[in-house]
Design a protein around this ligand. Sequence first.
Ligand code: ARG
Length: 466
Amino acid sequence: MTQPNGKLWSGRFSQKTDVSVEAFTSSIDIDKRLYAFDIEGSVAHCKMLAKTSIISDDDAFQLIEGLGRIKRNIEHNEFEFDDSLEDIHMHIEHALLQDVGKVALKLHTSRSRNDQVALDVRMYLRDAVRFIIERLVAMQKVLVSLAKQHIDVILPGYTHLQRAQPILLAHHLMAYYEMFDRDIERFKDNLKRINVMPLGSAALAGTTYPIDQKYTAELLGFPKITSNSLDAVSDRDFIVEFLAGASLCMTHFSRLSEELVLWSATEFGFIEIDDAFATGSSIMPQKKNPDVPELVRGKTGRVFGDLMGMLTLLKGLPLSYNRDMQEDKELLFNSTDTLNACIEVYTQLLPGIKFNATTMRQAASAGCLDATDMADYLVGKGMAFRDAHHCVGNAVSYALQHKKELYELTLDELHSFSDRIEKDIYNILSLKQMIERRTSYGGTATANVMAAIKVAEEKLAGETKQ
Ligand code: ARG
């Protein structure tokens, strides 16, 4: 156990590592948060080594006890971190040596830090993704209950940010439910590729020891084992996939944020964000700023950056492990932290939003949002759609000139555009009818939206039970 420069890998070295290199190569500040996974992985590894008689039961017992003590020390802040020990794996192995003595040198039998770190990151991300799914489900429940609570609120739907057709607020909110539902599906799919056990790949080529990878996988709850040792120590695709899924999820949060920022502006006046989730201006006493949605929109850039960083990190790497890969964790942790923070803050913020139903309704009643319905009416009376479109276009132009809405034009006025128009047009042009007649699957009719809410509630209840 001679270690001239104090390193566990120092055998072939005659000189000490330069302090500046130690500081530069150290990742302990970042990867120390993997400690629990590292220890859990090592415990399983010890059990497997004992089961296969690669080490004795007594050695395994001592190692496992020692690892347990180290875990407690870290948790009680009684553990010293030091740049010269590089990373969390070296720290734990070094502490084990001090704790149990020479037997600690057996822990690394048939294992390399290359398969060890791959295992730790997979275990970390498996937990993180499960947690993100759980928290997204909780946030979706808030969205769905808001939709249900405001089922009779009507607002203008927009295209090109121009008022287009009236829709239910619940329909709008449920659109976000759908986006987050797809995010959850993506994360679940990602889990299949995360949840694969790489131990036994060792440095890159596998190991000569008669190990039992199935047993280690079972102990650690992995349904699958990696099939190629080279790939196993070089693969970070599952992180890229996660970052891509997280980027899309943040995109959805960012779009929601943009709408909340717009809707809370005086120009829209559709919502008011709860005081507890807004801030004032240091100079303008009248201001109430939507900082939380703005920050979520802003933080989206970080996660995109992590995805780009990760792809760039990998693209030029030869097989198999390369030290560049140590940079993966900072990107990954930044994204899990950012996404979690955004999910949490939205779960808190959403229930306190005050929706101004009257303002929304007024906005939906102004700007000839009933033009499509009038064209559809004329089609019902036998006109071709393009002719109807043209005819209603003329009516809209007339209404705008006279500062009226289509439904405010008299029957005589309407007749000047088409003699097919009759009194029943006014029923068609009512907000209520415009909503309720849109019964195509996925449309905004109340019955459809209620049905969508029911489907969502059932799915969410199922997610919670899992
Ligand atoms: N800290 C390293 C990382 O995160 C662990 C693996 C080191 N392996 C090595 N051969 N230096 O990538």
